[in-house]
Design a binder for this molecule. Structure first.
Ligand SMILES: [Zn+2]
Length: 434
């Protein structure tokens, strides 16, 4: 009798376990079934889809039998970090990020034939090609982005070196799969003076009536700060145009580390951002107490400062748009704007915009370097301590017909104005034709 009872209990237990297991499976299937079925392998998908640029040019197209990309090899390389590939080798591609969304999935039958999925991007292939060719014309390593600061549409996101996803013969250059726009951080050098200037406008009274003196060398607590000057007596505006290290060392100390951290954070430099489902890397700024000499260097964009190019694009786009960032996006379907964030006061942004225009007019020889461009910008030549420098050029066009903000970085390229400047000029001249 006892034996029978024991057996009955065992059977009931097993039955209960099966029911619990099945319930867990069904619940998880409902929750995750789609991603299990897709799991970024389209062997069983049987769906068709296309990814196009803003003008309908096909950047990727797929069905049961083929994985296609843009016809032109230069377009494929220039747009590779936007599209990604069908294998997910680039961490930031639209194909990876939206693969699941482009499929339809039935809980009863597994994957089903979807209606042809179409994803229209905001990028302009011609602008991407121009920026990519210009980067290749320098040392072939860097990042270039351009966005409409009124609508948030990203028209250009290019990282070099890049990959032709159809070329299975050639080994891509080292680091080619990394999207330098989103996934990398770099020492900013003097482009960071825009950040320090913004923090100063928002925390230090009467910045415009202050004067700064540079005789090439300045000592803070026994530590030398060197400048490319002498710049002698300068106003705030002149100090930015001269990119005077000594003035900005003094300004950073005046702002103070607590205020600097607060503003660097508020401008979004320490966060990871999301660009239409693609995540960016967080930057760095000294958060532990460092003392005045290191604080001075951090205000000049050296010290342990690291900036993500996309975070810099958001910042200059907000300056261009009276302090309000229209959240950038890569999908046409996200228009109208994915949201707005005020990064700084309108007065601060407008003051900075005027100073950035003064930079160009007074120091960047615009007739030769940027002919015809209504340009507000800042250069950066970020020393890396090994004799090389990152070349930066960031800013925007002050033009209602062409409201474009941009960031150009040439990794270990040298002078901001001489190396990153021409890349920006080619990109902007092309954008002015749009
Ligand atoms: Zn100076």
């Amino acid at each position: 009798m006892n034996k029978i009872t024991n057996r009955a209990v065992s059977v009931l237990l097993i039955a209960a376990l099966i029911i619990v297991g099945l319930t867990v499976y069904v619940l998880r299937y409902i929750d995750h079934g789609k991603s299990w079925a897709m799991s970024f392998s389209r062997a069983n998908a049987g769906v068709t889809g296309t990814v196009t640029d803003r003008d309908g040019l096909v950047l990727a197209a797929f069905d049961e039998t083929r994985n296609a990309y843009a016809e032109n090899a230069l377009d494929r390389e220039a747009c590779y970090h936007v599209t990604g590939d069908y294998w997910g080798r680039s961490g930031t591609g639209i194909l990876s990020a939206y693969w699941d969304d482009m499929q339809s999935f039935s809980l009863l039958t597994g994957t089903t034939h979807a209606e042809s999925a179409e994803l229209k991007l905001t990028v302009d292939t011609g602008l991407c090609r121009t920026a990519y060719a210009a980067l290749l014309g320098q040392n072939g390593m860097g990042a270039a982005m351009l966005m409409n600061y009124r609508t948030g549409e990203v028209l250009c996101m290019v990282s070099a070196p890049s990959v032709d996803p159809l070329d299975s013969e050639t080994e891509p250059p080292e680091g080619a799969y990394i999207n330098r726009c989103l996934s990398s951080v770099f020492t900013p050098g003097s482009v960071f003076k825009l950040v320090t200037a913004a923090a100063a406008i928002e925390t230090v009274p009467n910045m415009d009536s202050r004067q700064f003196y540079c005789e090439n060398l300045y000592t803070i607590a026994g530590v030398d700060i060197k400048c490319t000057g002498p710049h002698y007596t300068q106003t705030f505006e002149q100090a930015l145009a001269n990119s005077c290290n000594i003035a900005f060392a003094q300004i950073a100390v005046k702002v103070g580390q607590t205020n600097m951290i607060e503003h660097v954070r508020a401008y979004g430099f320490l966060d990871r951002h999301e660009l239409s489902g693609l995540r960016s890397a967080a930057g760095n700024y000294p958060l532990d107490f460092v003392g005045d000499p290191e604080l001075a260097w951090s205000g000049i964009g050296q010290s342990t400062d690291l900036v993500n190019p996309y975070a810099m694009l958001r910042f200059v786009a907000a300056i261009a748009n009276h302090g309000v960032l229209v959240e950038p996006h890569l999908l046409m379907s996200e228009t109208p704007a994915a949201g707005e964030t005020r990064l700084m006061q309108a007065d601060t942004a407008d003051r900075l915009a005027a100073m950035m225009n003064y930079n160009v007019v007074s120091h960047y020889e615009p007739e030769d370097n940027f002919p015809g461009l209504p340009l507000c910008a800042k250069t950066g030549t970020a020393e890396l301590g090994d004799g090389t420098s990152h070349a930066w050029f960031v800013g925007f066009l002050n033009d209602e017909a062409h409201p474009y903000a941009f960031v150009v970085l040439v990794e270990r390229g040298g002078s901001g104005l001489r190396v990153a400047g021409p890349v920006a000029n080619r990109l902007l001249q092309e954008a002015m034709k749009r």
